[in-house]
Design a protein around this ligand. Structure first.
Ligand SMILES: Nc1nc2c(ncn2[C@@H]2O[C@H](COP(=O)(O)OP(=O)(O)OP(=O)(O)O)[C@@H](O)[C@H]2O)c(=O)[nH]1
Ligand SMILES: [Mg+2]
Length: 203
């Protein structure tokens, strides 16, 4: 049976990991600014205003923690995006440090959801981030967003292209936060990772 929307509750925001309480397990949303991280989090919970979203990149500025009400201590963590050129160099550096510190030092991190813009495909920065996550040894669950923006006639070739660029043969969840595509499967994958048998990563 498909799992219902995740019962997520906003717990707190933080600029540094030492401001966070201990948790049992965490999955973080990682990806370019504007790729749809916060929108996806909202649609996983089926609650529009839970995480702040915006047409303009740079909506998420802190580590934002959401706890599964059904499993206290199990978190989804919404991170700021990377690659946003229009903020000051200082601010960009600060975000980068915050994301890197979180991903390298947070012990309860069990996997990341790495979001790729389905309309654009993996960018050079996405591939660099992927390599860095591999280097850190963090399991990656791939998600391609904005399925609704890819024309039906292009979907098959785009799916093949995304797999090829990521260098995997399967394991990319295609979703649309706006149309609800792919959400039940992704919820199941996340629950497995956070409270079940561990991450179902691609090869
Ligand atoms: N068409 C379509 N647009 C989407 C989808 N998901 C997100 N968007 C749009 O993409 C824009 C960015 O969404 P956010 O969820 O704020 O992106 P983000 O990755 O959290 O961005 P930062 O917080 O800046 O890192 C918004 O205008 C969303 O409405 C989707 O599935 N389909
Ligand atoms: Mg965001």
């Amino acid at each position: 049976m498909a799992p219902p929307p995740l019962q997520l509750r906003f717990l707190q925001s933080a600029a540094k990991i030492d401001q966070l309480p201990a948790s049992r397990a965490e999955v973080a949303l990682v990806g370019r600014s504007n790729v749809g991280k916060s929108s996806l989090l909202n649609s996983l919970a089926n609650r529009k205003g839970l995480a702040r979203t915006s047409k303009a990149p740079g909506a998420t500025k802190l580590l934002n923690i959401f706890e599964l009400d059904t499993h206290p201590g199990s978190w989804l963590v919404d991170l700021p995006g990377y690659g946003y050129a229009k903020v000051s160099a200082n601010e960009r550096q600060r975000w980068r440090h915050m994301i890197e510190q979180y991903l390298t030092e947070r012990e309860a991190l069990v996997a990341v959801l790495m979001l790729i813009d389905g309309e654009i495909g993996p960018t050079r920065l996405d591939i660099e981030t992927q390599a860095w996550l591999h280097h850190l040894g963090v399991p990656i669950l791939y998600v391609a967003t904005k399925h609704d923006k890819v024309k039906a006639s292009k979907r098959q070739s785009r799916k093949t292209d995304v797999l090829a660029k990521l260098g995997v043969s399967s394991g990319v969840s295609w979703v649309s936060a706006h149309k609800g595509v792919g959400l039940p499967e992704l919820r199941a994958r996340i629950l497995d990772t956070l409270v079940g048998d561990g991450p179902r990563v691609s090869d």
